[in-house]
Ligand binder design. Structure first.
Ligand code: ADP
Length: 473
């Protein structure tokens, strides 16, 4: 990228989407609106999937197992070459944060719609990322992320940080290789356990240690950078409502943020991105200390957790409050355009929520559900809902099959309102109007969450579901 001079463009008129489900359909929508032709790829399990039906062209890339299809670099590149696609959009998951894939795209002369490989690598390892962020002056959770991994040293560091601490695999992700340690006595056993888990999942045993915040909020900042050194933040999202470290309900903006804190976090996030030469859409995740002791300070403190070097599942809530199309931004930036607007031109309008609809059974410990979707529908008119305030980003339609091969997320329900309480009322009405038959979903669970008095009162922290277990199940 450094060889590019400002305004050197890399236009493309056809894009391949290396993904499936709702995000593939979502990306195609913006591409189509910009007059860009679309190519879908699919596995045998997805031959009749919605994303295949909606694309201009579709290429089979392998059998059902993701490692033999959606994760197969050669098959995806081959499909792009065969169809003459000038660019690849990776969506989220699959190849989206695979630096080798980005390099392979460059070698094949295909534009990767995302950051340079070096930026992905810089954030891929949690310890290295933290060291880098420290240099850039981005606040970190107190902790240890050094190279020395001796048992004694790690234990001494944990004692020094003060319990409870959180042990995290440097190479980790998806909540794996992570354990809370309550006291010095339990440290060695937890360390051994985490190392084993991390070795099995990532082939790497390096650990980092963090102060364990007992009541944090997960607040993340959407950033965007172009090739010419410009960077902006499109404000924040609160994703505190999580189950097993996976997000369930998201909203933007984060409730209760002062303008000063919003600016401070936004600027820190842009600094983080610029430190690693970032280009495109990215998200910098922070923990915001929401514990009672920190509320004496007006806002609490925030700490860098990680950067996701791709478009996030929850990007639509940001689109709803800013009026921007983030996929269109991605496509333009990948073509070599400068950012569509400056920081001063961005503003927050109203409030937005997103609820993730999963094919899973909350009564059976969220066991993924499969089957024939007899009906999926949202009758906005019948429910008296304004189509401008409700958006359903779906990867399925009535009559589709839901298989066990991939992530069980079927759709995302996104709403907008003039303020948080209006948006929440709309979310509750839209959830009630959402009609899914044939496959078990978490819809009723989402309704219980969204109508919970503490959620309505924005009393949020990452253990919300755990703490309200009796009300929610
Ligand atoms: P992963 O990459 O495996 O998803 P993260 O580092 O992003 O792991 O953390 C996932 C979740 O774990 C966070 O959203 C938060 O809920 C919780 N978490 C992470 N670090 C801490 C911490 N230091 N204290 C308390 N909770 C934490």
């Amino acid at each position: 990228m450094s060889s590019l001079t400002p305004h050197q463009s890399t236009p493309f008129s056809k894009v391949l989407i290396a993904n499936r489900g709702e995000i593939a359909c979502r990306v195609m929508r913006s591409a189509r609106a910009m007059g860009i032709a679309t190519v879908a790829v699919y596995s045998d399990a997805d031959a009749n999937a919605r994303h295949v039906r909606e694309a201009d062209e579709a290429v089979r890339i392998g059998p059902a197992a993701a490692r033999d299809s959606y994760l197969k670099v050669d098959a995806v590149l081959d499909a792009a070459k065969r169809t003459g696609a000038g660019a690849i959009h990776p969506g989220y998951g699959f190849l989206s944060e695979n630096a080798d894939f980005v390099t392979a795209c460059a070698e094949a002369g295909i534009v990767f719609i995302g950051p340079p490989a070096s930026a992905i690598s810089a954030m891929g390892d949690k310890s290295a990322a933290k060291a880098r962020m420290h240099q850039a002056g981005v606040p970190l959770v107190p902790g240890y992320h050094g190279d020395d991994q001796g048992d004694e040293l790690l234990r001494a560091e944990a004692d020094q940080i003060g319990y409870p601490v959180l042990l995290k695999a440097s190479a980790g992700g998806g909540g794996k290789g992570m354990r809370v340690v309550e006291s010095s006595d339990g440290f060695q056993a937890a360390l051994d356990g985490c190392r084993r888990e991390s070795q099995a999942a990532f082939g790497d045993q390096r650990m980092l240690i963090e102060k364990y915040l007992t009541q944090p909020r997960h607040v993340e900042v959407q950033v965007f950078c172009d090739r010419y050194g410009n960077g902006v933040y499109l404000f924040e999202r609160d994703c505190s409502v999580q189950r097993r470290h996976q997000k369930v309900l998201e909203e933007a903006p984060a409730p209760g943020m002062s303008e000063a804190l919003r600016r401070e976090m936004g600027e820190a996030a842009v600094r983080a991105a610029q430190e690693i030469g970032y280009v495109g859409a990215g998200t910098v995740e922070f923990l915001l200390d929401a514990s009672p002791s920190s509320s004496q300070e007006q806002d609490g403190r925030f700490y860098f957790m990680e950067m996701n070097t791709r478009l996030q599942v929850e990007h639509p809530v940001t689109e709803m409050i800013t009026g921007q199309d983030l996929v269109a931004w991605q496509l333009k930036v990948a073509m070599g355009d400068a950012l569509p607007c400056t920081q001063d031109e961005l503003a927050i309008r109203g409030h937005s929520f997103e609820a993730r609809l999963y094919a899973e059974d909350p009564a059976q410990d969220f066991l993924p559900a499969t089957g024939h979707l007899e009906h999926v529908g949202l009758d906005l008119v019948g429910a008296g809902l304004d189509p401008l305030q409700v958006r359903l980003d779906s990867g399925v339609e009535s009559g589709d099959e839901v298989s066990m091969h991939y992530d069980p997320m079927l759709a995302k329900l996104i709403v907008h309102g003039d303020d948080r309480s209006q948006a929440l009322a709309t979310l509750n009405r839209a959830l009630a109007a959402l009609d899914v038959r044939g496959v078990v979903t978490n819809r009723a669970f989402l309704q219980r969450l969204a109508s919970h008095p503490d959620f309505q009162a924005a009393k949020l922290d990452t253990r919300f579901i755990e703490h309200h277990h009796d009300d929610l199940f």
